[in-house]
Design a protein around this ligand. Structure first.
Ligand code: SF4
Ligand code: SF4
Length: 69
């Protein structure tokens, strides 16, 4: 399974990744980081197609996508 990891120490809560994910599986607004920003959670990890759009669009370099089997 592909795995999306968000580094809450880098995320500024801009929401770009949420907006541009083609599968709409990222969601802001539930979890607040240690820096006080709402950072994205993955709502359906299994649906991730590892397109890397979220990692590419993130201006803070806060997302890593690990491709699974
Ligand atoms: S890799 Fe693609 S499908 Fe997976 S969470 Fe990021 S933007 Fe969405
Ligand atoms: S694009 Fe990056 S900085 Fe913006 S909400 Fe997503 S993870 Fe956070």
């Amino acid at each position: 399974m592909n795995e999306v990891k968000v580094n809450d120490k880098l995320c500024k809560g801009c929401g770009y990744c949420v907006h541009y994910c083609p599968k709409k599986i990222l969601e802001l607004g539930k979890v607040r980081s240690s820096k006080g920003h709402f950072y994205p959670a993955v709502t359906d990890q299994e649906a991730c197609i590892a397109c890397l759009m979220c990692a590419t669009i993130c201006p803070e370099g806060a997302i890593e996508v690990a491709k699974g089997e």
